[in-house]
Write a new protein. Structure first.
Length: 130
């Protein structure tokens, strides 16, 4: 598994990522459809917006579409202060999390989301399991 990471994205990066996900969202989104549409929209990008948009798409698919969390509650004012991680396996985004510093000595891992098709798969390679 590879990890894409964006540390403390600028407010305009967060806004552009949120706009990409909002533009790709439909009322009947399934996980793969939303993440795939966002991927198509940002395919030409390999920057912070692409990584953060992918993280937001996974979160929207898991928290909003599957669990019924309101979109306005899912993203918050802490997004620009967080480190955003996207796990990628076989060239497909499979999960995301964010890390946010709450004190100089403490950080919280938040917004952990794994796409439905990738749950219960584990992350170790066959070599590591042997």
């Amino acid at each position: 598994m590879e990890i894409d990471c964006v540390c403390q994205p600028a407010t305009d990066v967060v806004a552009a990522a949120q706009a990409a996900v909002t533009a790709a969202t439909t009322a009947s989104d399934a996980d793969s459809e939303l993440v795939g549409r966002v991927g198509e929209m940002i395919a030409s990008r390999s920057d912070a917006v692409a990584t953060v948009a992918t993280a937001f798409a996974i979160r929207r698919a898991v928290f909003t579409a599957a669990q019924g969390i309101e979109p306005d509650l899912e993203c918050d004012d802490a997004e620009p202060d967080a480190i955003h991680l996207v796990g990628v396996a076989n060239a497909e985004p499979v999960g995301t999390a964010r890390i946010r510093r709450v004190t100089p000595e403490t950080a919280k891992i938040e917004r952990v989301a794994i796409r439905q098709p990738n749950r219960s798969e584990g992350t170790q390679s066959d070599d590591a399991a042997a």
